[in-house]
Design a protein around this ligand. Structure first.
Ligand code: PLP
Length: 392
C-alpha cells in the first residue's frame, strides 16, 4: 500500500531534527512523544472521493498511514466501525442528533486494535521479533492478537488485579503474561527493566510513535461517515490519551488535505474516572501537564492510568477545541453501560458508560444543546467487564 509518510518529528515540538522511520524510534531526544509526518502538500492531489469502495478497515486511509515502500499492513480488519444513530438514547437525553461510534466491534473488542495494528505493522517491517507492552487490559489483548498474526512473540505486563478475561485472552493468542503488583505505570517499569536488556521492542502508549497513527483513523472515519462534516461534540473516555490526540491530529491532516472546513472542529470532551482523573484535575487547574494521580481506582480498566506521557497533548486538544473535561463515578459508568445496552442494543464497556454519563452532565449544565450533533465513543465492549454488573 502506498503512503505519503516521510519522517518523525517531536510533538512539542522541541526543535530537534526530524528522525528517520527506517530505524527503530521511541521517544524524541527531549523525552516527548514523536509524531509521524506526511507530505500533505503532495497528498493534496488525493481526493476523498477515491475512498468509495475501498477496504472496510482503517487501512482505507493508507496514504496517511505509517507505511514505507508499499509495505503490507498486519491487519485483522480493524476500524471502519459502525456510526450507529442512537435515536432512543437521544430521546431519553433530549438530543436529536446522537451517534455512537461503536469500537466494541473491533478485533479483540476494543479500539486498541487500531493502534496495535499500526504499531505491529511498523515493528514487523523494522525486523522486531519480541514485542512488549505494559497494559491495563485491552491493549495487551490487541498486541497479543496482532503479534500472533505477524508471527512474533508478545510479552504482556499487567496489574495483578486485572479482570480475568483480559489475562485469558492474552493466553488465547499465545502471549506470555506477567502480572505485576500495582498499576499500569508499575507494569511499565517492570516491562522496561525486563525487556530493555534483551532488546525487546516496546509498544507502550505514545512511547512508540505508531499507535497514535492507528487511533487517528477514528477521526477520519467520523468525518467520512458523517458525510465530511464534523459533529459539534466528541465525547471520549481518556486513559493514556492516544485516541484524543490521534483524532485531533486527524482533523489537522484532513484540513491540510482540503477535505474538511479549515476552521470548524468538534469540541473535544475528555472523560475520566473520579478515582483516577489526572487530566481533569490539570484541566481545571489550568496546568499544561498533569501530576500523577495517587491511589488510582476504577472499574474501567482502560481509564486506570495515573500518569500519561502525552498528557500535555490531550490538554491542548481539549483547550484548543473549546471542549470540556468530566470525571465520572463508577456507579454512574455502570448505569451508563446499562442504558446504552437497554436503549440501543450496543455492548458498552464501563468506559463507554462513562462517556454517556459525562454527556448527561454537559446536557444538565446547558453546555450541550438539544440540537447539537454528538458522537459518543464506545471504546470497547462489555463482555470482559461483566462482573461489574454482578456487584450492583
Ligand atoms: C485503553 C482504553 C481507553 C483509553 O484510551 P486511551 O487512548 O489510552 O486514552 C478507553 N476505553 C477502553 C475500553 C480502553 O481499552
Amino acid at each position: 500500500m502506498s503512503s505519503y509518510f516521510t519522517h518523525l518529528e517531536c510533538s512539542v515540538p522541541c526543535g530537534a531534527p526530524a528522525t528517520d522511520p527506517r530505524t527503530v524510534q521511541h521517544l524524541c531526544v527531549c523525552g516527548a512523544p514523536l509524531m509521524a509526518r506526511y507530505d500533505l502538500a503532495a497528498a493534496r492531489g488525493w481526493s476523498r472521493d477515491s475512498l468509495a469502495g475501498r477496504v472496510a478497515s482503517m487501512w482505507r486511509y493508507h496514504e496517511v498511514m505509517p507505511l514505507l515502500d508499499d509495505e503490507a499492513p498486519v491487519t485483522l480488519g480493524e476500524g471502519w466501525t459502525p456510526m450507529v444513530p442512537a435515536p432512543r438514547l437521544g430521546a431519553a437525553l433530549g438530543l436529536s442528533r446522537l451517534f455512537i461510534k461503536d469500537e466494541s466491534l473491533n478485533p479483540t473488542n476494543s479500539f486498541k486494535a487500531r493502534g496495535l495494528s499500526a504499531a505491529v505493522t511498523r515493528a514487523a517491517h523494522l525486523g522486531a521479533t519480541v514485542l512488549s507492552i505494559p497494559t491495563a487490559g485491552n491493549a495487551g489483548n490487541a498486541l497479543a492478537a496482532y503479534a500472533a498474526r505477524a508471527g512474533m512473540d508478545a510479552r504482556v505486563f499487567m496489574p495483578r488485579d486485572v479482570k480475568t478475561p483480559f489475562i485469558r485472552e492474552c493466553e488465547l493468542y499465545g502471549a506470555h503474561v506477567t502480572l505485576v503488583d500495582g498499576l499500569i505505570t508499575d507494569a511499565g517499569r517492570v516491562a522496561a527493566e525486563t525487556g530493555t536488556p534483551l532488546g525487546w521492542y516496546d509498544v507502550s502508549t505514545l512511547k512508540e510513535p505508531y499507535r497514535i497513527e492507528g487511533k487517528k483513523t477514528m477521526g477520519y472515519e467520523v468525518a467520512e461517515q458523517l458525510g465530511w462534516t464534523l459533529p459539534d461534540w466528541i465525547i471520549y473516555p481518556t486513559g493514556g490519551g492516544t485516541g484524543m490526540v490521534g483524532m485531533w491530529k486527524a482533523f489537522a491532516e484532513m484540513s491540510a488535505l482540503g477535505w474538511i472546513d479549515p476552521v470548524k472542529r468538534p469540541k473535544m470532551v475528555t472523560v475520566q474516572a473520579s478515582g483516577c482523573a489526572p487530566i481533569i484535575r490539570a484541566f481545571e487547574a489550568g496546568a499544561e501537564k498533569a501530576a500523577p494521580w495517587e491511589n488510582a481506582h476504577t472499574v474501567a480498566d482502560g481509564l486506570r492510568v495515573p500518569r500519561a506521557i502525552g498528557d500535555f497533548l490531550v490538554l491542548r486538544a481539549v483547550r484548543d477545541s473549546g471542549g470540556a473535561a468530566v470525571a465520572v463515578d463508577d456507579a454512574d459508568m455502570v448505569a451508563g453501560m446499562l442504558d446504552i445496552g437497554r436503549l440501543e442494543g450496543v455492548s458498552a464497556a464501563p468506559e463507554g458508560g462513562a462517556a454517556l454519563h459525562a454527556l448527561r452532565t454537559l446536557i444538565a449544565s446547558g453546555r450541550v444543546a438539544p440540537d447539537d450533533s454528538v458522537v459518543l465513543f464506545n471504546t470497547g465492549g462489555a463482555l470482559k467487564y461483566l462482573d461489574v454488573l454482578e456487584t450492583r
